[in-house]
Ligand binder design. Structure first.
Ligand code: ATP
Ligand code: MG
Length: 604
């Protein structure tokens, strides 16, 4: 870069974010109350996940709380995951705890190691780390398959689980519904010995996929359908990316997840609201496995918060994948995508996403967050940190017809501007003005509308950081089309020179001198959907795709930008915040993406 970057701002350094960081929420209250009561004070931690005996032999837990971020490695993380990451890692950081990074990879069909690295990269980029107390807390749930199997056997032995041979259709019918209690399976009262034998057959591959499941034996009359003997193990011949073909039975998510939490000594297991109805089973399972001596007491507790819904954005992994696979966007990291890789390429910063997570807070009821809240967080961060530059996005030449006469033929006059208006220590950008400069086409009007203060015949404006000029009108070719704008320079009006403000003008315009202009590709992004809730209520989100979500222009930018490195962010004065594209930008071939516009449109 041609100029030093301002000190990187963390959300805590930001006044607004600092206030918000202190704001409480129901999860903080729960944690504070647990810490006060010493709910987990007697816990031990053996240095790695494990059962009750393993942890009992360990040290008092150095972590005051343990949270976890447990993605399935089946896609790219998005802005909703960013909320969950900031929440879980942020709570651990704030309360002297540890947040575990866990791959919830118990489903062999959907997952792939391809996603593992991008997920780890996203979490680290957001500013978080699973390294704590001298060890790594990076875990994968598939490492617990042996224990999960043992837990299933333990339930069977205690009469809390049975092998059901009903067809999936029968099971569905007999589960009942909201107004109708379930009907017990004919296999429900098998003896533990019989169930153990059947479960062993399942595990040994003696039965076809889908012919049997292991079910928890709870209450077929429960008003909570999740408690009507949920399936906990199924037969599925599928190669798992971690365990290969070692297993032909796999635990169901509702069974696996609580166990993962317990083995890792999680204290506060935070998930989205749709899991609220699973909580009774979570607690039931914990109690049964504590009774069986397998898990340490007290167990983790599950708490639910409202997932992030962001207007103009879809966050379903499946639908995001469809956008990529149907070439509606240019890959997972297309700057219009709400994926973390997309946001990053768009110019989002970790500080902006952390501030966003803090600002939206956590609640117990679903709501929609306006997209402008996200944009506002980026704007606030970049306003403080981004160097300024001038760029002309829709260029037309301005010819200063009296330049040679006034300044001397061929003269280039050196101009400068602060790198950042509030950081004089960052120094100045240098550029020059001569007979020809580039200006925005829309800065000239032959017949100005009311209130238009920029260029029109006879009007005076200041070229920002340069001179005052008086417009003489359009310069046209023989066919009558405008090929340039003409103007005269006013003597002794250069910014920063004595008496330069003797001529008062209402308009100031940005420009780039033709002699040191740098040509750049600029990608002007807009929201991907025109509908604020593109996929709500079963709507076809493809119908509201914005056909103008990307416009590519050839822009003229000031010479300081020739040194920009990929990922560098700038405020293009009047236009907004831009980032040098992390894929396509190269020295000599600059490419900038619009990250977010300025809050206030340019004055008239
Ligand atoms: P899937 O449909 O594949 O289960 P998912 O969005 O639930 O998708 P996970 O990988 O299971 O993806 O999510 C990891 C974590 O991120 C979970 O704890 C989940 O609660 C959280 N999470 C996912 N989407 C959001 C969201 N929109 N807002 C807040 N948290 C979210
Ligand atoms: Mg999920």
């Amino acid at each position: 870069m041609s100029h030093p970057t301002p000190p990187h701002t963390t959300p805590a350094a930001h006044p607004a974010a600092a206030d918000l960081a202190k704001s409480s929420n129901f999860l903080r209250q729960i944690i504070e109350s647990d810490l006060e009561k010493g709910t987990y004070a007697g816990r031990r931690w053996a240095g790695s996940p494990g059962d009750a005996a393993h942890h009992a032999a360990g040290q008092p837990d150095p972590a005051r709380i343990r949270t976890r971020f447990p993605p399935e490695p089946n896609g790219y993380l998005h802005v909703g995951h960013a909320k969950s990451i900031c929440l879980n890692f942020g709570l651990a950081r704030d309360y002297g705890g540890v947040c575990h990074m866990r791959f919830d990879d118990t489903n062999p069909e959907k997952e792939d190691t391809e996603y593992v690295n991008t997920i780890l990269d996203a979490v680290q980029w957001l500013g978080f780390d699973w390294q704590a107390n001298g060890q790594s807390h990076l875990f994968q749930a598939s490492d617990y398959f042996d224990f999960m199997h043992r837990a299933a056997v333990c339930l069977i032995e205690a009469g809390h689980a049975y092998v059901d041979e009903q067809t999936p259709e029968q099971m569905r019918q007999n589960r009942g519904d909201f107004g109708k209690p379930g009907v017990a399976s004919a296999y429900r009262n098998r003896s533990p010995a019989d169930n153990l034998a059947r479960f062993a057959e399942m595990r040994n591959g003696q039965h076809e996929d889908g012919t049997m499941v292991l079910r928890a034996k709870i209450d077929m009359g429960s008003p909570n359908i999740n408690m009507r003997d949920p399936a906990i193990y199924r037969i599925r011949r599928a190669t798992h990316h971690n365990t290969g073909d070692a297993w032909c039975i796999y635990p169901m998510y509702t069974f696996a997840h609580p166990i993962e939490d317990a083995l890792e000594q999680i204290t506060h297991s935070i998930c989205t609201l749709e899991f609220e109805d699973q909580r009774p089973f979570y607690d039931w399972l914990m109690q049964r496995l504590i009774e069986g001596g397998l898990l340490a007491d007290p167990p983790p507790r599950q708490y639910e918060f409202a997932r992030l819904n962001l207007t103009y954005v879809i966050t379903s992994k499946r639908r995001l994948a469809a956008l990529v696979h149907e070439n509606r966007v240019n890959g997972w990291d297309d700057p219009r995508m709400p994926t973390i890789v997309g946001l990053r390429r768009r110019g989002y910063t970790p500080a902006a996403l952390q501030a966003f997570a803090e600002r939206i807070g956590v609640t117990k009821s679903d709501s929609w967050i306006d997209y402008s809240t996200l944009e506002g967080c980026l704007r606030e961060d970049l306003d403080v940190s981004a160097p300024r530059a001038m760029a002309v996005l829709d260029p037309i030449k301005l010819v200063l017809t009296n330049w040679d006469e006034l300044m001397g033929a061929g003269t280039q006059d050196a101009c400068s501007a602060p790198v950042h208006p509030h950081h004089p220590e960052l120094g100045k950008r240098q550029f020059s003005i001569g007979k020809e400069v580039w200006i925005e086409r829309s800065d000239y009007e032959e017949t100005p509308p009311k209130g238009f203060f920029r260029l029109f015949p006879g009007n005076k404006v200041r070229l920002k950081y340069g001179h005052v000029i008086e417009c003489t009108g359009a310069i046209k070719n023989e066919a009558g089309s405008t090929i340039a704008i003409g103007a005269r320079v006013l003597k002794d009006t250069k910014s920063g020179t004595p008496g330069s403000d003797s001529v008062k003008v209402k308009g100031v315009i940005t420009w780039v001198g033709a002699a040191d202009a740098v040509v750049a590709e600029v990608r002007l992004y807009d929201r991907l959907f025109l509908d604020a809730q593109p996929d709500a209520g079963g709507k076809d989100y493809l119908e509201s795709l914005n056909p103008n979500s990307l416009k590519v222009v050839t822009a003229i930018v000031e010479p300081s930008l020739a040194q920009a490195q990929a990922d560098d962010k700038f405020q293009f004065e009047r236009h907004g915040y831009f980032v040098a594209d992390r894929h396509d930008h190269a020295p000599g071939k600059p490419v900038f993406n619009l990250a977010v516009g300025l809050k206030d449109g340019w004055g008239k």
